[in-house]
Design a protein around this ligand. Structure first.
Ligand SMILES: [Zn+2]
Length: 494
């Protein structure tokens, strides 16, 4: 065991270093590299991915992980968890036949441009044969990777949010169906028109300056992170001391960059505040997609769309844009940033209706995986269910079943983590509010007290525990969707 541990720790250094190389290259490709830069297909990238493969499949490394897995009771908690996750990854990879895996990679790389064309031309039939094959592969995956306790669609769900199964998600989405669907219908029955100031032109450089200001409000440590631009805002990082976020600025939609900045700073706060002892291990960063999203949405929605937050920062925003906002009151601004309406596109949906878009996708994935829905019937089924939940019918497939890219990549099981994140944010807010007056704390001008609470309850663990364990440590209970619905009903009743 001593030998295995020594080998593991040495080999891990190589994996971490290789991860750093991949992180920097991917950041560069998404931010600074020229549009036609061919680095993605280059010989160098081929060589690097060969290194990745060799590091991951090194037989001595596999042997060391297997030995440590047998002796995991003797390891400290952080390493024991890391070994458990690594052991599962290695054995899962081996369960997928090599030629099937290669064929699937080829399939999804062919499917992507076809999907883009199908979406642009509103032509589901073009994408259908590819999606059928992708669904077939995912179904086979559920068989190859099944264990005694994790079977069927649960296998895919577990890949994106460990230990969250259909039993948990069904309970979550049933709560939404019973309590949120009728409430949404009520709130969205009468929607105020979009005010003219919201779509006026806002100087992009001024928007950038205000987003810089927001980074200070959120206590983003600029000595350990940067902000740049990309087509779609995202966060990436390497340990706690190199955390990078991006934003995208639209001259006629200034609200978008503000809330993207808050959202990405939420992800960044999580990364910057993991325990520093996790740097250099494979246990840093967020514990899961859902838990990561719970942090970004906590800041974006619970904090960033609250009156207590804007009572302090709206006068500053007005100073940046006196012409556009000088005559707009705080309450008008608040009404606009919390506007809820029925809409077709998930990524543009507001806080109130967002999770219902996810619920629809979850139910469809369940049916595709258990065979009760055929790919050919997807467009019709989508429209029917969408009408049932939202009371409006998508006019075409581009605004319906073709809107998201996830299925073209074969990412079945991913969607529910988005809604889970929002819901966990509400549960955390409930518990945080028992410890201190959250709204009052924002009067100080920064989110410092919120950051400290979340660091202590969530961030410090990095990915050294399963997400459900961290939630239980933070709140003393399991995930409960009722906090989310209570929060939305209280907020939107006002
Ligand atoms: Zn996010």
């Amino acid at each position: 065991m001593k030998q295995a541990l020594e080998f593991y720790l040495e080999h891990r250094k190589k994996i971490v270093a290789q991860n750093y190389v991949n992180f920097v290259i991917s950041w560069d490709m998404q931010t600074d590299a020229a549009e036609n830069s061919v680095v993605a297909d280059s010989e160098q990238m081929g060589v690097l991915s060969q290194y990745d493969y060799e590091l991951a499949t090194n037989p001595q490394f596999e042997q060391a992980v297997a030995t440590l897995y047998q002796h995991r009771d003797e390891l400290d908690d952080v390493l024991a968890h890391e070994i458990e996750v690594m052991y599962k990854n290695i054995s899962d990879t081996k369960k997928i036949p090599m030629e099937e895996y290669a064929a699937f990679s080829e399939l999804t790389s062919k499917a992507y441009p076809i999907y883009v064309r199908a979406k642009r031309e509103n032509n589901f039939e073009l994408f259908r044969p590819y999606l059928e094959k992708i669904v077939e592969f995912c179904k086979k995956q559920t068989v190859w990777l099944a264990t005694d306790t994790v079977k069927g669609y649960d296998v895919l769900l577990d890949m994106y949010e460990p230990r969250y199964t259909q039993a948990k998600y069904d309970k979550f989405f049933n709560t939404l169906k019973e309590r949120l669907v009728p409430f949404v219908a009520q709130v969205t029955a009468n929607v105020e028109p979009v005010p003219a100031w919201a779509t006026a032109k806002y100087d992009v450089n001024k928007q950038k300056e205000f987003c810089e200001y927001l980074r200070d409000v959120m206590c983003f440590d600029k000595s350990r992170g940067i902000m740049k631009e990309s087509e779609h805002p995202f966060t990436s990082g390497f340990g706690t001391d190199d955390v990078r976020i991006t934003n995208h600025y639209h001259e006629d939609n200034f609200i978008s960059s503000i809330f993207s900045a808050i959202h990405e700073c939420g992800h960044a706060t999580y990364e910057q505040n993991c325990d520093k002892s996790l740097n250099g291990t494979l246990s840093g960063g967020g514990a899961s997609l859902g838990l990561h999203e719970s942090q970004s949405r906590f800041y974006e929605n619970v904090i960033g769309r609250s009156e207590a937050f804007w009572a302090v920062h709206y006068p500053v925003l007005q100073q940046y844009f006196p012409e556009q906002l000088g005559q707009v009151s705080l309450s008008e601004f608040m009404a606009y940033v919390n506007r809820a309406e029925r809409s077709f596109v998930r990524t543009e949906a507001d806080e109130l209706t967002y999770a219902l878009h996810v619920m629809l996708r979850y139910e469809i994935e369940q049916k595709l995986m258990d065979g009760s829905l055929a790919v050919a019937d997807l467009p019709t089924y989508w429209k029917e269910k969408f009408t049932e939940y939202f009371g409006i019918t998508p006019p075409d497939d581009t605004l319906g079943v073709l809107q998201d890219v996830h299925w073209a990549y074969g990412n079945f099981g991913y969607f529910p983590t988005y809604a889970l994140g929002s819901a966990i944010a509400s549960q955390l807010y409930h518990h945080m509010s028992k410890d201190f007056d959250v709204e009052q704390s924002l009067a100080s001008g920064t989110t410092k007290q919120v950051n400290v609470w979340l660091t202590e309850k969530i961030h410090k663990y990095g990915s050294s525990k399963y997400p459900d364990e961290i939630l239980r440590l933070a709140t003393g209970e399991d995930f409960d969707a009722n906090y989310y619905v209570d929060y939305l009903i209280a907020k939107y009743s006002k």
